[in-house]
Design a protein around this ligand. Structure first.
Ligand code: HEC
Ligand code: HEC
Ligand code: HEC
Ligand code: HEC
Ligand code: HEC
Length: 398
């Protein structure tokens, strides 16, 4: 090859490389930093001085009661939950789903440093060299709430603890709960977060009187480690709806509703009208009921059946939200009960012939409906609801 040809060839290659780089620069995606709290994990934590691990199991070696209570809580199922796992596998679920369910960086397989073009489906990620799979299984574990800046956060800063401890009651306040239990954001047109328990509480009658912690972490006097003497402590069941995560599991629930019924005669004359009223009141919850996940609802069923168990009159009602998720997420209706609000359900029936009848009243609370459970391939080992009120009356029509 002549040197002239070589020159032109090199020039062409050079121009080509420059042009390609200009092209790359022009189409390059910008890395947008993470801003919202749920876009980020709690930064990597070292094991606090005096401890061997961050795991709940390790905390439980000394804090036995706390550990046992926490194991009953849905917080300990926040990762292993079957519905969560089913939803996480969907392409429509962005990386950030995990940040409230396994909040510590130590629990996450990847470190996310930003978003390409600000798109939540294009996280810039690297393998996490400190990823701990066992810790991941624990979901929202002790360290999720208690370890920051490599020390254990408490409310007294007790010097009796063998581990590095810092006093920070402000951090361990309802603000911590609200950081996960209040997120309203349109993530994509078909994916919105609507947990507004914190806002509902701030607007309600319990604000200034009772907090998430005073209702969901009952105070008790007890030893927090055997042999260290009694002190102020708090139950760690995080009791809520009481709908268990596994069939037969004993789950602690709180009672949010009160129920009152009208009196029902035991005998009626043919032609008389039976008039039964069941009143539900959101008496004890510091927020709307149901709250949180928009899939939750109550169903109210009043039924009058004859001796052959045939339904001759019934009334069905539902308290909850209704959403349309496609083509764009839209709330269709919402009749959740505000704190203090009551609602009555009535069954009226003119009794036409002499017979013996049974009136059944039943209220159930649901985590999700059957349709959604089937869609997520959840089998019968995953309880969908519990009964919160049930009553039966025998009625004789003469
Ligand atoms: C080797 C035993 C041991 C282990 C393991 C242990 N702790 Fe402790 N912890 C203690 C003792 C002892 C105290 C002080 C008891 C007292 O003051 O009555 C304490 C106190 C605390 C307090 C109260 C601090 C305050 O400011 O009042 C918290 C919170 C706490 N531990 C959380 C944890 C967590 C979370 C873990 C696991 C990451 C853990 N502990 C592991 C023994 C232990
Ligand atoms: C790191 C995020 C996070 C923090 C902090 C947090 N929660 Fe939760 N909480 C969750 C998630 C996620 C669930 C649901 C887990 C599941 O169902 O698998 C949950 C479930 C609950 C439930 C049970 C709901 C039910 O009926 O099943 C209650 C009650 C609750 N949290 C109260 C609290 C309180 C009180 C605090 C503050 C002390 C708190 N949470 C702090 C994320 C959090
Ligand atoms: C969802 C957050 C959360 C989780 C998970 C959690 N705690 Fe706590 N814990 C708190 C809060 C909030 C307080 C302080 C309550 C107060 O004093 O108002 C507390 C208080 C404590 C205390 C001080 C004594 C007491 O009972 O008030 C100990 C000890 C403790 N936790 C241990 C644990 C251990 C061990 C685990 C895991 C098995 C755990 N915690 C899981 C939020 C949490
Ligand atoms: C005045 C007491 C009270 C306060 C304050 C309170 N709660 Fe509740 N909460 C309840 C009761 C009672 C229930 C049980 C409702 C039921 O299923 O009957 C409940 C249920 C829940 C549930 C389950 C949701 C459902 O509908 O099944 C979650 C989650 C929850 N609370 C979180 C919180 C958070 C977060 C805060 C603070 C912002 C808070 N709560 C403040 C009493 C309270
Ligand atoms: C801002 C924090 C946060 C983020 C981000 C988040 N969750 Fe949750 N998730 C919660 C809380 C809080 C609960 C409990 C709410 C309740 O029970 O009222 C929960 C409960 C759930 C449940 C159990 C529902 C039930 O009724 O118990 C599933 C499933 C779930 N989340 C899936 C997801 C998926 C999928 C994503 C991503 C699209 C996601 N979560 C992102 C906070 C969060």
């Amino acid at each position: 090859m002549s040197s002239k040809k070589l020159f032109y060839l090199s020039l062409a290659v050079f121009v080509g490389i420059v042009a390609y780089q200009v092209y790359l620069k022009a189409t390059e995606k910008k890395v947008v930093p993470l801003t919202k709290s749920w876009e980020k994990a709690v930064p990597h934590q070292q094991v606090p001085k005096g401890l061997a691990s961050l795991s709940a199991k390790q905390c439980g070696a000394c804090h036995q009661a706390h550990y046992e209570e926490w194991q009953h809580s849905t917080h300990s199922h926040a990762w292993t939950d079957k519905q969560f796992q089913a939803e996480l596998k969907k392409e429509s679920s962005p990386y950030l789903c995990i940040n409230c369910h396994i909040p510590l960086q130590n629990q996450q397989e990847y470190v996310v440093s930003g978003l390409l073009d600000g798109d939540i489906y294009q996280p810039v990620k690297q393998k996490n060299p400190h990823f701990d799979r066992e810790l991941q299984q624990e979901g929202i574990n002790c360290a999720s709430c208690h370890v920051r800046d490599n020390v254990v956060i408490g409310t007294t800063g007790t010097a009796k603890a063998p581990h590095a401890t810092k006093k920070d009651p402000e951090f361990l306040s309802e603000k911590l709960c609200i950081s996960c239990h209040n997120a309203s954001a349109v993530v994509t047109p078909t994916l919105v977060c609507t947990f507004e328990t914190g806002d509902e509480w701030k607007k309600g009658p319990f604000y200034g009187q009772k907090t998430c912690i005073s209702c969901h972490m009952e105070p008790v006097e007890r030893e927090i480690v055997t042999g260290y003497g009694k002190r102020l402590s708090h139950l760690h069941y995080f009791a809520g709806s009481g709908i268990p995560k596994e069939k037969g599991a004993k789950t602690k629930g709180l009672k949010g509703l009160s129920f009152t019924t009208s009196k029902l005669a035991t005998t009626y004359k043919v032609g008389e009208e039976l008039d039964y009223r069941l009143t539900l009141k959101n008496e004890f919850a510091g927020h709307r009921l149901p709250t949180g996940d928009p899939e939750r609802y109550y169903s109210i069923l009043l039924e009058l059946v004859n001796a052959e168990n045939k339904v001759i009159a019934s009334k069905y009602d539902r308290i909850g939200e209704k959403w349309e998720w496609w083509p764009a997420a839209k709330k269709l209706s919402d009749n959740n009960l505000n704190p203090g609000e009551e609602r009555s359900f009535v069954l009226k029936q003119t009794l036409k012939s002499s017979q013996s009848l049974t009136l059944r009243a039943k209220v159930t609370k649901h985590r999700l409906n059957q349709e959604s459970a089937t869609y997520n391939k959840l089998d019968s080992s995953y309880p969908l609801s519990i009964t919160v009120f049930e009553k039966e009356y025998k009625v004789l029509v003469k």
